[in-house]
Write a new protein. Structure first.
Length: 189
């Protein structure tokens, strides 16, 4: 029987079935033990908080930063550098887990990689980004401002600032107009 390593646990990326990330996290959370008896300390599905504006109404939701991946903080190697079978098997046998990044010899994330991921999560919680309900080329109707009731086509989307550039017909010419997400709505046919 191989014994737990005295080395620090590291972060590993798991490839998982699409749209199963939260289910897999819930399964793995049941075997997480702060004392490290199973060698698994934490499970992370990185999410960003976004503001979605539909029909002029704001709502908050979370979006996966890395669809198809779950991250685990675990001790996967013993002092001899061999894969410690207990945590490896517990993770690999979880329904929906495709495998570790690195295959049979999982490769740990570099500290700057997990720090960047954790920074992305924190930044979105502190300052959620607006997310447009529209896509490039959509026809929209401006519902507020000096161009009210104008209909145009979306040319650019600035999610960071919550603005759209819309091409509208003014004085017989196509003119780019800027509007906030909440100032436009879909064209009713």
């Amino acid at each position: 029987m191989t014994h737990l390593s005295t080395h620090e646990p590291q972060w590993y990326a798991l490839q998982v079935l699409s749209n199963q990330e939260m289910k897999i996290k819930a399964c793995l959370d049941h075997i997480v033990d702060p004392a490290g008896c199973h060698g698994i300390y934490e499970v992370l599905v990185p999410m960003e908080k976004i503001i979605e504006i539909k029909n002029g109404k704001k709502s908050h939701r979370h979006k996966k930063l890395y669809p198809g991946y779950v991250f685990v903080h675990a001790q996967l190697y013993d002092d001899a550098g061999q894969v410690w079978q207990e945590p490896w098997q517990l993770i690999r046998r979880t329904q929906g887990v495709v495998g570790f990044v690195g295959g049979e010899k999982p490769v740990a994330l570099k500290s700057h990689e997990i720090e960047r991921i954790q920074g992305q999560i924190k930044a979105s919680e502190d300052n959620p980004l607006p997310k447009s309900a529209f896509t490039l080329g959509d026809k929209v109707k401006i519902q507020e401002g000096p161009f009210i009731n104008s209909i145009g086509q979306i040319e650019a989307i600035d999610n960071e600032n919550g603005k759209l550039t819309i091409s509208v017909l003014l004085f017989g010419r196509s003119t780019p107009v800027e509007a906030e997400f909440g100032q436009v709505g879909p064209v009713e046919e």
